[in-house]
Write a protein that binds this ligand. Structure first.
Ligand code: UTP
Length: 565
C-alpha cells in the first residue's frame, strides 16, 4: 500500500502541515504511524480520513470537533470489511470532487478576471502570478461580491459635473429662550420617555482618521479626570436615564464591518458598563468601494478591494437591513435620540427637545447652535430649493456666509451639531438612497511589483451618505437651538480645532458652569476658564436639573481638581 510523508499529504489536501498536526492532536483517531526517525508515515486510509475531515470542515462548514465526531460515528457504524471498501471509494470520490472543484474554482477565477479586465480594471491583476495566494483569493472574493450596479452608479457620480447651485434662503429655528418657556412641552417629553417609547442611537462606524487612534473612536479616553472613554460616558448617560425615568431604554450602536468586533469586545470586556446586555444592540453599516478619481477600483493593503463605510447616512439602510426597525416596533419604540460617537457633551435624553419635536409633529428634528464666526465649518441650516435642510459648509459661498440682516445678525447664523430626534416610522418609509458625497483622501494602497508588492499612499475617492440629507423628506422638520457650551465639543482632531484638548476643556467648562449655577464658587483665570479640572459623572447628575437636587452633596468652592461621581 502506498505511503505518504506529511509534506505530500499537505500538498494533496492543500492544508498546511501545522494544521494537520493540530487536527491530529485534537482527534486522536487520526494518528499516523511514525518511522524510526520519528517522522509521520501516512497510509491510504489515513489520507482518506483526512480528506473526509477536510471536506466536512471546508465544504460543509463543520467545526473540527464536529467533523471528528461525524467521521468517528461513520467509522463505528459499519461492518469492518465493507467499511474498508466504502472508505476507499469515498476517499477516491472526494479526491475526484476536489479535482473538479479546483478546476471549477480556477475557471471561476478566470471568468472574474476576464470580466473586470473588460470593465477597465486591468490594473488590479498586474503581476498576478507573483502575488501571494491569499491576496489573490481575497481580491477574487471581493470582486465576486461587488455590486456591479453600485459600481456603475459611483463611477457615474464621479463624472457628474458639480450640480447647479441650489437656491438658498434662511430658515427659522426655535430659539433657546422660546423653547424653555414651554413647560408643557417639557412635561410631554418626560411623559413620552417614561412611557418607554424612546431609545438611543449612536453612529460609531467612522474611521476616525483625523484623530489617528488605533481602534474605534468610542474607546478613546476623553473625560477630564478619570479618562473615561466616550463609550463609558454615554453608557453612564443611558444608565442614569434608565434610573430617572424608570424604564429600559434600548441603545443602538452602529459600527462598520471594520470596527464591529473591536467595539463589541470592548463592551464585553467592560461588562457593558453595568448596562443590561439585552438593551444594547450593535449593528453594522455597509461599505462602498473607494475609487481612483478616474473610476478604477483601488487595492487595499491586504490585497482585497479598498472599501470605506458608507457614511453616517448609511444608518437608515443599516437599521432596516439589520432588523433593528422591527425590533424597535416590537418594543414599542417610536422616537430615537440620535447622536454621534465623538461628542461627549451631548444631552440625551432631552425631554424638552422631544416635547417640541412631538408638538411640531416633526419626523426629524435637528439641534443647532449659533456659529462662533461666519466661516466656522458647520453645516448651515436653510431652505434649499425651498425645502428645509442642511447646507454643507463648502456649498455656502463666502458672500452668503458673511451676509447679514438689517439688524446686523448673520443670515445663515446657525449650524447643525448632528444631534437629532428620528421618528421610527419615518425611517421605515425611506425607500431611496441618500446622495453620495465625495471625499478625496490620501489612503494606503497595495502596489504589486515584479518582486512582490509595496504599500504606498495614493489619492482615492471615498463615497459617503450624510444623514442630514434626509431632512427635506421629513414632515415638519424642526430646528431647535441649544447652547454650544452645554452641548457641543466634538473630538475630531489630535490637535488644534475640535481636538483632544478642546474636547476636555469643553467638558470642564460645562461642569464649571453647572456648579456655578447651583451656587458653587469656581476659580477662573484671566481668560475666564476654570483654573481646576472638574468632572461630573452622568451617574451623579445627568443634567442640571438633577444637580440642583443634590446641592448638599457638592462642595461650596472648587479649590483643586474635583471629580464628582
Ligand atoms: P466624521 O464625519 O467626523 O468621520 O463622523 P470620522 O470617521 O469619525 O472621522 P474622520 O473624518 O475619519 O477623521 C461623524 C460621526 O459619524 C460616524 C462617526 O463614527 C462619527 O460618530 N460615522 C461616520 C459613521 O458611523 N459611519 C461612517 O461611515 C462615517
Amino acid at each position: 500500500m502506498r505511503e505518504y510523508t506529511i509534506g505530500q499529504i499537505s500538498r494533496l489536501l492543500n492544508v498546511k502541515p501545522h494544521i494537520l498536526r493540530y487536527w491530529e492532536k485534537e482527534l486522536p483517531f487520526l494518528s499516523p504511524k511514525k518511522n524510526l526517525g520519528g517522522r509521520r508515515v501516512y497510509s491510504e486510509i489515513d489520507l482518506q480520513l483526512l480528506y473526509r475531515i477536510r471536506y466536512l470542515i471546508h465544504e460543509k462548514g463543520y467545526t473540527l470537533s464536529g467533523a471528528g465526531k461525524r467521521v468517528w460515528e461513520d467509522l463505528n457504524s459499519s461492518d469492518p470489511n465493507l467499511l474498508g471498501k466504502v472508505r476507499y471509494l469515498r476517499g477516491e470520490l472526494i479526491r475526484l470532487l476536489d479535482i473538479i472543484d479546483e478546476g471549477r474554482k480556477k475557471e471561476a477565477m478566470t471568468d472574474t478576471i476576464k470580466l473586470f479586465r473588460e470593465k477597465g480594471q486591468e490594473h488590479l491583476f498586474r503581476y498576478w502570478e507573483r502575488r501571494d495566494e491569499r491576496q489573490r483569493e481575497r481580491l477574487i472574493r471581493d470582486l465576486n461580491r461587488l455590486d456591479l450596479e453600485m459600481l456603475g452608479i459611483l463611477q457615474k457620480r464621479l463624472k457628474e459635473e458639480k450640480k447647479k447651485k441650489p437656491k438658498l434662503d434662511p430658515i427659522d429655528f426655535v430659539s433657546i429662550d422660546e423653547s424653555r418657556r414651554d413647560i408643557d412641552a417639557l412635561r410631554a417629553g418626560k411623559d413620552f420617555i417614561r412611557a418607554g417609547k424612546t431609545a438611543f442611537l449612536t453612529v460609531a462606524g467612522g474611521q476616525g482618521s483625523r484623530l489617528g487612534f488605533e481602534g474605534p473612536k468610542g474607546m478613546f479616553p476623553i473625560s477630564p479626570i478619570r479618562g473615561a472613554s466616550l463609550f463609558q460616558i454615554f453608557s453612564e448617560k443611558v444608565m442614569a436615564a434608565r434610573k430617572i425615568y424608570g424604564v429600559p431604554m434600548p441603545w443602538l450602536i452602529m459600527t462598520s464591518i471594520l470596527n464591529y468586533e473591536d467595539t463589541v469586545n470592548y463592551f464585553e470586556e467592560n461588562a457593558f458598563f453595568g448596562l443590561e446586555e439585552n438593551d444594547i444592540y450593535f449593528f453594522k453599516q455597509d461599505v462602498l468601494p473607494s475609487l481612483y478619481p478616474d473610476g478604477r477600483l483601488v487595492l487595499a493593503p491586504d490585497g482585497g478591494l479598498f472599501k470605506n463605510p458608507n457614511g453616517h447616512g448609511g444608518v437608515i439602510e443599516a437599521l432596516k437591513r439589520s432588523g433593528m426597525l422591527d425590533m424597535l416596533n416590537e418594543r414599542g419604540i417610536e422616537e430615537l435620540f440620535y447622536f454621534q460617537v465623538d461628542n461627549p457633551l451631548v444631552q440625551v435624553p432631552d425631554p424638552l427637545f422631544l416635547g417640541w419635536h412631538l408638538k411640531y409633529g416633526s419626523e426629524m428634528s435637528t439641534k443647532v447652535i449659533e456659529k462662533a464666526y461666519p466661516e466656522e465649518k458647520l453645516g448651515s441650516i436653510g431652505l434649499i430649493d425651498g425645502k428645509p435642510g442642511v447646507i454643507e459648509y463648502s456649498d455656502l459661498d463666502l458672500d452668503l456666509k458673511l451676509a447679514r440682516n438689517e439688524d446686523g445678525r448673520l443670515l445663515y447664523s446657525h449650524g447643525s451639531i448632528a444631534v437629532h430626534i428620528l421618528n421610527v416610522d419615518f425611517l421605515r418609509k425611506q425607500e431611496g438612497k441618500l446622495p453620495y458625497h465625495l471625499a478625496f483622501k490620501s489612503v494606503k494602497t497595495l502596489k504589486p511589483t515584479d518582486t512582490g508588492a509595496d504599500i504606498i499612499e495614493e489619492e482615492a475617492v471615498k463615497f459617503e451618505m450624510f444623514l442630514f440629507d434626509a431632512i427635506p423628506f421629513a414632515r415638519n422638520p424642526l430646528f431647535f437651538e441649544t447652547s454650544r457650551r452645554e452641548e457641543f465639543s466634538p473630538l475630531k482632531n489630535r490637535e488644534g480645532v475640535d481636538s483632544i484638548e478642546t474636547c476636555i476643556r469643553g467638558q470642564i467648562e460645562k461642569y464649571a458652569s453647572w456648579l456655578e449655577r447651583v451656587g458653587t464658587r469656581v476659580r477662573r483665570d484671566e481668560k475666564g476658564m476654570s483654573v481646576h479640572k472638574i468632572e461630573i459623572s452622568p451617574l451623579f447628575a445627568l443634567d442640571l436639573e438633577v444637580l440642583k437636587t443634590k446641592r448638599n452633596e457638592i462642595p461650596k468652592e472648587i479649590n483643586n481638581e474635583t471629580l464628582i461621581i
